[in-house]
Ligand binder design. Structure first.
Ligand SMILES: [Zn+2]
Length: 530
């Protein structure tokens, strides 16, 4: 993310008043309950580690998070949550609810993995658990452990102190496909929510407010229809749908020169025909289009659709259809909640890394030929809005859609190693080691403390909504990218998971036999090249 110069950031802070301060007695009670939450999260460390490692061992891809969801749903039911399953037409989506009355706090975190990212944790070089299989090469195994730990700690305090409020825990299904959150919004999951606290893996401990540097995105499948024929005997009778796919790609890559620098677009050919002696009667290409906001992203899609139509015209084929497989708005995060969370992050601070943690981090950085600076030892500062002229494009997250529905912040917690490529086996290495465990525990403390702020400071919730209504959505109205008749693309990744599931099952974590997943895999921590 882009950081603002301090002066500009403080100028942007001025027009919006701070949340009203609570009276001193309430302050003292809140402060002591926060200290209790910290102790409770510490005492849950073993549980936190088990949840983190269990999900890591499942390593499931988007929309196929069946084991992960079954495990989390059972766990939350044991903790007294009421769980609604198959939410918004997605078999792996659920919402777990506990408590009563206002405020309603939604806790979200992604759960899906990355293709071909299977990797032994704690080993500082490429060494897959199951070659070719998916794995947690983004670190989405950690966020659910963070949220559930925070929720259990706060729930015990709410019960004893009779604090009203409702906790709703929900998974970010298929985040790598930006496939689910807009549908959760459409299904009304956030209708009664006061504040959403999202947690996402990072290599530092921070949050942000305002317009983020994330791009909006629309993920679209273009399908072409041609005519099959004997590719040698009567090729003139055929019309190749694959030709249309290739010419669309070529057309788009020429057009790319004349697009704004902030855009990102990339594609894979998912159907390139069956075999060379049959002129492909069908073919399809899957594109992600990203721009800084909704209107520009729609414009990009319209341009690409014209390129696709041109490719069909050139090849005598037909653009049979475009299907939106996923989408996300660029995030806009809530200022008063981000400020409250920052105070809690500062109270907790970065974890104490051991020599072993730093050795693993430096060895991996060396392996990747990047600066060997180890793990973060200085806390990042609160980030303000990214000004339009400083947006340079980049990744996306469908938490954006939630952030335009209710006041939302993303807690970025320190469970990964700096300077990694992302969406890669290297990003999985720390994710079932003490680095991840310590980062999740630190994150759960900040999350729990922020939940207490929200539960015990009605003025904070009021100011969050004032910011949401009077600043964030003053001139912008949210509407989803997908069309009204479109539904979640839950078929995605079915074949890949079917191919690897049996081989991966042998390595599912068994916490009844092993204290940690490293122990189960027989990995000496850290394992580095000699
Ligand atoms: Zn992510």
């Amino acid at each position: 993310m882009t950081r603002l110069p301090a002066l500009l950031a403080s100028a942007l802070l001025l027009p919006f008043p701070l949340a009203a301060q609570a009276p001193p007695a309430a302050d003292a009670r809140l402060a002591s309950l926060k200290e209790e939450a910290i102790r409770r999260v510490d005492s849950l460390a073993r549980f936190t580690r088990q949840v983190n490692d269990q999900i890591f061992s499942y390593g499931e891809l988007g929309f196929q998070e069946g084991e992960t969801s079954r495990y989390l749903v059972a766990l939350l039911r044991r903790e007294g949550f009421t769980v609604e399953e198959s939410v918004a037409g997605m078999p792996t989506a659920w919402v777990a609810t506990w408590g009563r009355g206002k405020p309603v706090i939604a806790l979200g975190a992604d759960i899906d993995g990355i293709p071909q990212a299977s990797q032994k944790p704690g080993v500082a070089y490429r060494d897959p658990v199951v070659p070719g299989a998916p794995g947690h090469g983004e670190g989405h195994n950690a966020g659910p452990a963070l949220n559930i730990t925070a929720a259990i700690a706060v729930k015990r305090i709410m019960q004893r102190e009779r604090i009203p409020g409702t906790l709703k825990i929900w998974p970010g299904v298929a985040e790598e496909l930006v496939g689910a959150k807009a549908y959760l919004v459409r299904a009304g999951v956030f209708r009664d929510v006061d504040v959403c606290l999202f947690a996402h893996i990072s290599d530092n401990f921070t949050t942000s407010w305002g317009s983020s540097s994330q791009n909006a995105i629309v993920s679209v499948l273009f399908s072409f229809e041609g005519q099959s024929a004997h590719a040698a005997g009567a090729p003139w009778r055929g019309r190749s749908a694959l030709d249309a796919v290739e010419l669309m790609d070529i057309g788009w890559n020429f057009r790319r020169e004349h697009l704004r620098l902030q855009q990102r677009s990339h594609s894979v050919i998912v159907d390139g025909g069956d075999q060379p002696n049959v002129v492909p009667p069908s073919a399809s290409v899957w594109y992600y289009f990203r721009e800084t906001d909704y209107p520009r992203t729609v414009e990009l899609l319209e341009t690409a659709t014209r390129v696709a139509e041109g490719a069909a015209m050139m090849t005598g084929t037909k653009l049979a259809g475009t299907r939106i497989l996923g989408s996300a708005w660029s995030g806009h995060f809530n200022r008063p909640i981000a400020q409250a969370m920052t105070r809690n992050i500062e109270r907790v601070g970065l974890p104490q890394w051991s020599e072993a943690d730093q050795t693993l981090a430096r060895a991996l950085q060396k392996e990747l030929k990047v600066e060997e600076k180890g793990l973060a030892t200085r806390l990042d500062t609160l980030e303000g809005p990214t000004p339009e002229e400083q947006k340079r494009g980049g990744g996306s997250d469908d938490i954006g859609d939630v952030s335009w529905t209710v006041p939302t912040v993303t807690l970025r917690f320190p469970s990964n190693i700096p300077n990694l490529p992302g969406h890669n086996w290297a990003n999985a290495i720390s994710m079932a080691t003490p680095i991840a465990h310590k980062g999740v525990t630190a994150g759960a403390k900040a999350q729990a403390m922020t939940m207490l702020d929200i539960l015990l400071t009605p003025a904070l919730v009021d100011s969050a909504w004032r910011y949401f209504r009077e600043v964030q959505t003053k001139d912008v109205t949210y509407k989803p990218f997908m069309r009204a008749d479109e539904n979640p693309a839950t078929h995605l990744n079915t074949a890949v998971m079917a191919r690897y599931r049996d081989a991966m099952r042998k390595y599912y974590y068994d916490p009844t036999k092993y204290e940690t997943y490293l122990e189960q895999l027989g990995i000496i921590y850290p394992t580095v090249r000699r």
